[in-house]
Design a protein around this ligand. Structure first.
Ligand code: ATP
Ligand code: MG
Ligand code: FE
Length: 361
């Protein structure tokens, strides 16, 4: 089916068009720069930016794909999880399009959509590539790390059966990067800035905490602890702040590169350790890495190293498909449509905390 997907759950306005597994267009407009002086995404600003960007983004996607609205078999939109006000802009636009065109509308889950890019194939025109060579593996796990999410999923059936194995109990990994960058006086977004600063630093200079890895949280394979696959980054963030404060109090220069490298090592270590643990114990032979933090050089390196050591096949879609985009929404909806499922109608609402078990509304 020819499907157009709209994404507006955070600070990216995305419109993607797919024909089955083939990606025809993926146009993204980000309001990231407008949030820079605040050091994090401001919901109100994101919502307004979506209003400005949606129609131009939609037009450009249709142009690039060389299709008209009348050609589409279905429309799709992210209805959650995400920022309520931001989601509402995409949902309202999608409903208006559905009314105007008479096309069926499918509301899908943002997190599951992140995983679905793995099925996409190169269209030859856009040059995009998902990652799964022949369809979706059965024993699939996903590690999603972004500014708003840090989750480990078990994807038993992409279009209907997804389980949440673990999640952050406080900050998301990307959020920790952004906050730590601020403490270190680095630019927003913090991820790329810390990644760059870390290159000249010593990752063993400071031993920062690996959240929720103590025995009482992990338990054992037989008796799993309450947070065996969960994450926590608030202790790590505080530990970095302490080091910076201590240097400042003593009038010493903060060793930015060493702190950045040590912080990055702590995040990569704990994230990959728990993802590999979940895959091994839950019998997941393939791991998809997604979200904006998937751009992190150390995380990529360590994930590859540890997956290889445990016989887990690692799939990292290209970065434009890892960060928020409309193609992932269209890709997931295309599977739902192909299965002959009913459309969502026009009665659904944006749901900022839509559970991962609800693949489509
Ligand atoms: P969502 O959480 O809904 O996916 P988001 O907009 O918060 O949305 P993304 O746009 O996917 O998330 O990713 C942005 C995050 O990724 C930011 O927190 C940014 O600091 C982080 N990031 C980007 N590049 C890197 C990098 N090289 N290393 C670490 N983190 C990075
Ligand atoms: Mg973003
Ligand atoms: Fe996302």
């Amino acid at each position: 089916p020819l499907v157009l997907g709209i994404e507006s759950s955070c600070d990216e306005t995305g419109v993607g068009i797919v024909r089955g597994r083939t990606l025809l267009a993926n146009v993204v407009s980000s309001s990231m720069d407008e949030h820079a002086r605040f050091g994090g995404v401001i919901p109100e600003i994101a919502s307004r930016a979506h209003l400005d960007a949606l129609v131009p983004t939609l037009r450009e996607a249709l142009d690039r794909a060389g299709v008209g609205l009348a050609d589409l078999d279905a429309l799709a939109v992210t209805s959650g999880p995400g920022l309520a006000g931001a989601l509402m802009v995409g949902v309202a636009a999608a409903k208006a399009l559905a009314v105007a065109t008479g096309k069926p509308l499918y509301a899908v889950n943002h997190l599951v959509a992140h995983v679905s890019v793995g099925v996409l194939e190169d269209s030859g025109t856009e040059g995009f590539r998902g990652g799964f060579d022949d369809g979706l593996p059965r024993d699939l796990g996903a590690l999603l790390v972004s500014g708003g999410h840090t989750e480990i999923l078990a994807v038993d059936d992409l279009s209907r059966d997804v389980r949440l194995l673990g999640a952050t109990i406080d900050d998301a990994a990307g959020e920790a990067y952004d906050k730590v960058a601020r403490v270190l006086g680095l630019d927003y977004p913090g991820g790329p800035a810390i990644d760059a600063a870390a290159r000249s630093g010593d990752p063993t200079a400071f031993r920062f905490p690996r959240g929720l890895t103590a025995g009482k949280y992990l338990g054992s394979a037989e008796r799993p602890g309450p947070h065996r696959y969960d994450f926590s980054f608030s202790g790590l963030k505080t530990a970095v702040a302490r080091v910076v404060e201590a240097h400042e109090a003593e009038g010493r220069a903060v060793p930015v590169a060493d702190v950045a490298a040590s912080f990055q090592e702590a995040v990569a270590d704990v994230v990959t350790r728990k993802a590999v643990l979940a895959c091994t114990e839950q019998g997941l032979g393939t791991l998809l890495l997604g979200g904006g933090v998937a751009a992190n050089s150390r995380l990529r390196e360590l994930t590859a190293e540890r997956c290889a050591a445990h016989g887990i096949e690692l799939v990292v879609p290209q970065l434009s498909l890892c960060t928020d985009n409309g193609a992932m929404v269209a890709a997931l909806a295309a599977r739902v449509v192909a299965e002959g499922r009913e459309p969502s109608g026009l009665g659904f609402a944006a749901d900022s905390s839509l559970p991962v078990t609800t693949v489509s509304v």
